[in-house]
Structure formats: C-alpha cells, structure tokens
Design a protein around this ligand. Structure first.
Ligand SMILES: [Zn+2]
Ligand SMILES: [Zn+2]
Length: 400
C-alpha cells in the first residue's frame, strides 16, 4: 500500500515523487533508480510532451489525451476537442465520441482505469481507455480493427498482437506522461491475464496440476506461491513441455510448462525484492526441474510454471511442495524453515554455507526409496500438516 504522505507519488513505486523529469516535467519519481527503470517506456512520450504544454491548447474545452495508432511507430499526445461547456467535459466518453472525430469511430469504452494494477494504488483521476478491439466473434467483420497495434508494440513487442486496432486514452483531466505510465501498466496487465489463460484450455480434457508462481506473480500480481491449476491433457504429450528428471528418479513422472513470455510483462521494468534472475529464494520451484546432468550448475527459472503428472493422476499442492522441498534438501543441502506454517511458503532461512553443500554425490542419493522415506518424515512437520489440512484426505503421492 502507498506510504502515508502528502503530494504526488513516484510513477514506478509507492514512495513520494520528489523528483520531476527535467525535460518534460510531466512525471515524478522517488529516485534516479526509478527514473532509469522507467526510461524505456517514458522516452516514448517525454520529448513530444514538451510540445503539449497548456499554452498549446487551442480552445478551453480541449483536453489532452493519448492516442495509440495501430499503424504508427509510437503513441502520441493529442488535443481532444470537448463539448462547448466545461460542465459537459465530465463525460469524457461522450466527448471522445463527439470531439475525437472520425478516428474514434468503431471504438468502444474498453475500461475505466481508477487504479494502477501493478502498484495497487488508486489514481488521482480516472482514465478512460477506448479500444477498437472487437469481441472474438466479430473480429472477422472489421479486419482493420484486427491489425496488430504497432504503437503499443513500441512499448513491448509481445503486446502488439494482443492490442489490435487503435487505442485512445482520455479523461476528465489533461493526461500527462504519468498517466501514460499508468496506461502502460494496464495494457501489460491485460496481456498478462490473457497469457496465463493459454495453459488452461476450455475444451480439452483436463487434469489437476499445480501452478508454481514466480516472484513477479506473487509480489506484483498477488498470487499465492502455489495454486491448483487444471491443465489440458494435451500438455502432457506436448514435446515443448519439460519433463522433470527428478520426477523420473522418484517414480512420479512430471511435466512442466512455463507460462508464456507475456506472463512477465507487468513487472518487466520494476524492482521488487531480490532480483528474479539471481537464483534467489524466490525461484524455489525452479529447483524441481534441475537437470542432474548439469550439476553443480543449478538451473533456476524466473518464470511461473505449471506442473502436472504424466500419468494423468491429480497433482496436489502438498505433493508439489514436498518435491520442491526434497530437491532443496537433497540437491542444495538447504533446510527450509517456514516463518508461518499456515501461510504460503517463503524460504525464510537458509542453512549456513548452503551453496557450498552442493556436491556431486548428493544427487545420486535421490531415488524413489529415498523420497518415500523422506516424505514420511516430512509429513510430520508442522508446515506439511498445515498443507494436509488444506487438502484433506490426500495421502502419499504414491497412493493417488
Ligand atoms: Zn520510485
Ligand atoms: Zn520526461
């Protein structure tokens, strides 16, 4: 949640926005770090905003809006002619429709943004997003609105084909580069929502798997560390899924699939806790898919993964957690301590010298017998008991 203080906030985090971009004066940051992190996005509008000062307004009814043309290389500010009286400006959607002219034809109100979905804080004023996107059933009728949006693609290439047709953003107030940043966060978050659906086909026969979430998913998208996730059985045979070596060793065949790249868009340029790429504790699930052959280099993955059993039996959260913890202990020599046995797992404490405890012998001890034995002890730990209460009636992974 935002800090309690007066004044505008940083565009990239919830600290006080004590610095202003010295070129455009249209966005605030708490620090040079946050400013640098935003630059790849902000540079798309920074310079042009200097030509959109209040003195450039041709009539008092105009409001400053942002247009994302599907055919142009970048988004741009524009003046939107409003209705004649100031009072009517209170209805931006109608002013967009009347004053925006022909280029807004065919656009619908896509969303009313009243909060930033990445920073989880309310906006000072609402932003209306008008979009040319059509419902799936109508897309063939309006091919122009099916065109990938190139100016959105300038922000992230992954978003180009998701946001089709032109986009328009306006509000009761003059939009600024700070609003542009809120809009980018919204566009990315919508893409993210779609990206994670890819792994959950609606028509395929499904099997219960577990989604092991990465740091971005937990910190930014507020997802739990793990969740039940039903996957289409076609994933089990898909050659692009990873088969888990540890699964083979312990006699519980597993496959995994990373969420698509667009699934990382919301936190693309944001800092939060430890760096995701650091083999950090936040990637605890990556361990599960370590290739023994490549030891001692442990492949951690920054992505969220969906894991399922090849034998089409349900994979329970409890079993997924157990396997991950087993990996940590046997392969990394780490003992995992949970601060809150009832909460979702966070690796709170790591044994001293854990990294150096990785040795070439450890791995060969991994087998079905070893795991069975380890599992029976693990099942007595408070954390395991808490998990069992959430999934009552679930026994050993060998008795599913
Ligand atoms: Zn900041
Ligand atoms: Zn600027």
């Amino acid at each position: 949640m935002p800090d309690q203080h007066e004044g505008p906030l940083c565009a990239m985090c919830n600290k006080a926005g004590v610095k202003t971009c010295s070129r455009c004066h249209g966005i605030r940051y708490c620090s040079t770090d946050c400013q640098q992190d935003d630059w790849a996005v902000h540079k798309l509008v920074c310079k042009q905003f200097t030509k959109f000062g209040d003195d450039q307004r041709r009539s008092p009814t105009q409001v400053r809006a942002i247009f994302f043309p599907d055919t142009a290389k970048r988004p741009r500010f524009t003046w939107l002619g409003g209705p004649p009286s100031g009072a009517e400006i209170n209805s931006p959607a109608s002013s967009a429709a009347s004053g925006g002219g022909a280029r807004l034809l065919g656009m619908n109100l896509d969303s009313v943004l009243d909060n930033n979905p990445v920073l989880h804080r309310p906006l000072e004023s609402e932003i209306f997003i008008m979009s040319g996107r059509q419902p799936p059933g109508l897309r063939h009728m309006l091919p122009a609105q099916n065109r990938p949006n190139k100016s959105v693609g300038a922000i992230d290439p992954e978003m180009e084909s998701f946001w089709t047709g032109s986009l328009f953003a306006c509000g009761d107030h003059d939009l600024t580069p700070a609003d542009f940043r809120h809009i980018v966060d919204y566009l990315r978050m919508e893409c993210y929502r779609e990206a994670i659906l890819v792994l959950a086909p609606s028509s395929d026969e499904t099997v219960q798997g577990v989604r092991l979430n990465c740091a971005g998913d937990t910190k930014i998208c507020l997802r739990p560390h793990s969740e039940v996730f039903h996957v289409g059985i076609s994933m089990l045979d898909d050659p692009n899924t990873l088969s888990s070596t540890i699964g083979q060793r312990i006699g519980i065949p597993l496959v995994a699939k990373g969420v698509p790249k667009a699934g990382g868009l919301p936190w693309h340029d944001r800092r939060f806790g430890p760096r995701v790429t650091d083999a950090s504790d936040w990637n605890w699930h990556g361990c599960l898919f370590t290739r023994f052959e490549m030891r001692p280099r442990v492949e951690f993955t920054p992505r969220s993964f969906v894991v399922a059993r090849v034998d089409r039996k349900p994979l329970y959260r409890m079993h997924a957690h157990a396997i991950v913890m087993y990996c940590y202990e046997r392969m990394l020599g780490r003992q995992i301590v949970y601060e809150d046995p009832l909460g979702d797992p966070e690796l709170e404490e790591i044994a001293e010298g854990a990294r150096s405890a990785v040795n070439d012998d450890g791995i060969w001890g991994v087998s079905e017998d070893d795991f069975r034995q380890w599992y029976s002890t693990w099942a007595e730990r408070p954390y395991a008991r808490a998990l069992m209460e959430r999934e009552p009636g679930v026994g050993s992974p060998y008795d599913v």
